[in-house]
Design a protein around this ligand. Structure first.
Ligand SMILES: [Zn+2]
Length: 167
């Protein structure tokens, strides 16, 4: 026999991100049921999406970002910057009081450096922006040059254009 929380969790995973508005409403309802079954205050539940917007949920999402970056590093080139910005923007839209002045990435970088900058270990992510390998550092340099050229406009084609990553 499934509990109501288990039934709600199954509904959510089945219909999450459905394009059908009825399904989306059912998913939001299921999320609301799931939140209530876990003891989340009704005031903390976003009625449109059913997401838990409590302080506890915020701290938990933030902690999982900090932990992931602590363990695996951070690579803006591979989309980490966009993903963390999207997560923070979503919270800022619903809970500006939580996000104001709260820099997840700064704390994550601190945790990452404290963990990896030790005599017995060093960062194992070759694409980590905090500890870039020579190749990754060169890639970042090339991208910065390309962006500077784009910003300068098409008339400014200098010798840097000839440089290829695949030489
Ligand atoms: Zn690193």
């Amino acid at each position: 026999m499934l509990t109501s929380a288990q039934r709600a969790a199954m509904m959510i995973s089945r219909y999450a991100d459905s394009a059908d508005p009825d399904r989306r409403t059912s998913t939001a309802d299921a999320r609301i049921a799931y939140c209530l079954a876990r003891g989340v205050d009704m005031d903390d539940i976003d009625p449109a999406s059913g997401y838990d917007r409590s302080r506890r949920a915020y701290e938990s999402v933030r902690a999982s970002w900090v932990w992931n970056i602590k363990m695996h590093g951070f690579s803006d080139f591979y989309g980490d910057g966009d993903r963390i910005a999207a997560a923070q923007a979503s919270w800022a839209a619903h809970r500006p009081g939580f996000t104001a002045g709260d820099d997840w990435l700064a704390d994550a970088e601190k945790a990452h450096r404290a963990y990896w900058e030790q005599p017995e270990r060093s960062c194992s992510n070759p694409h980590c922006d905090f500890h870039p390998s020579d190749d990754h550092a060169e890639l970042l340099r090339v991208i910065a040059e390309m962006e500077a050229e784009d910003a300068a406009g098409p008339a400014d084609l200098g010798p840097g254009v000839q440089g290829s990553l695949f030489d």
